[in-house]
Write a protein that binds this ligand. Structure first.
Ligand SMILES: CC(C)(COP(=O)(O)OP(=O)(O)OC[C@H]1O[C@@H](n2cnc3c(N)ncnc32)[C@H](O)[C@@H]1OP(=O)(O)O)[C@@H](O)C(=O)NCCC(=O)NCCS
Length: 229
């Protein structure tokens, strides 16, 4: 999905072309005072803006809170699998299917394997060979953005039968440690639907806090459903 964090700089003509072509366009880390203006531009193009709350932490805060989960040894029935490297592989397709089954829209294989930019994916398996939990982090903002050193963490999913055992906090803590260690981020943010209580509690346990001055949105055609959880 194409996206921007300053629609004025990007230009509404270009955004309009993207929406016409793709049916969606992302607006990341938008100043909350600009949201109504964006909604009104979109409504004149037959679109609405669905929003997600932004939870943010700097490196020291996120690592301090996450450490206790990230350092825990995994229960014996789980193991961490190597990060997949082949975008077209069966293991990537199974990972994508697991994400989709949890109500998320998976990224492409190239994104998940880091073939097209700084990215990291954590995959946890169970003894039956299922993907039990996963998470992904990457650096979404380019050099023109004030947020270019911020990593995004997301696509956090735990297989339904394994939920409520703190695996969400654990895999989220692992992706946090990887974006700081491997991607050299200064901050991490995660995006949470207002109704997703489990996700909100998971990110808060890992040290992230609601940043009310920022909002993330996805422009979607009026007739389409919400893009992802
Ligand atoms: C969000 C998700 C990853 C959490 O996984 P999990 O392993 O069940 O979570 P944990 O056991 O680590 O618990 C995390 C926190 O959420 C709370 N929680 C878990 N399930 C909950 C529920 N159904 N309702 C309310 N709170 C819940 C836990 O109590 C814990 O909070 P606490 O530390 O304050 O006690 C999992 O529910 C999931 O895969 N959901 C579908 C995909 C999704 O929404 N992903 C997030 C968007 S990126």
């Amino acid at each position: 999905m194409m996206g921007c964090d300053d629609p004025e700089k990007f230009g509404w003509d270009r955004i309009g072309e993207i929406i016409e072509r793709d049916g969606v366009c992302g607006f990341r880390l938008i100043n909350a005072t600009h949201i109504e203006e964006i909604r009104s531009e979109l409504s004149s193009r037959g679109c609405r803006l669905d929003t997600w709350d932004v939870f943010l932490a700097d490196r020291d805060t996120a690592l301090a809170a996450s450490e206790k989960f990230a350092r825990r040894s995994l229960p014996s029935e789980y193991s961490l699998w190597p990060t997949p490297t082949d975008p077209e592989s069966d293991e990537v397709q199974r990972l994508q299917a697991m994400m989709a089954g949890a109500g998320l829209v998976p990224f492409s294989g190239s994104m998940l394997t880091g073939a097209i930019g700084s990215a990291t994916t954590v995959v946890m398996g169970d003894t039956e060979g299922n993907v039990a939990a996963c998470a992904h982090g990457y650096m979404p903002h380019n050099v023109y953005s004030p947020y270019h050193s911020c990593a995004w963490g997301g696509l956090v999913a735990v297989l339904e039968s394994h939920r409520g055992k703190e695996l969400g906090k654990l895999i989220n803590a692992l992706i946090i440690s990887r974006v700081f260690r491997d991607l050299k981020a200064s901050h991490i943010y995660e995006l949470v639907s207002a109704s997703n209580v489990a996700s909100q509690r998971m990110v808060e346990a890992c040290g992230l806090r609601l940043e009310p001055t920022l909002i993330c949105g996805i422009a979607t055609l009026n007739q389409s459903g919400r893009f992802t959880k």
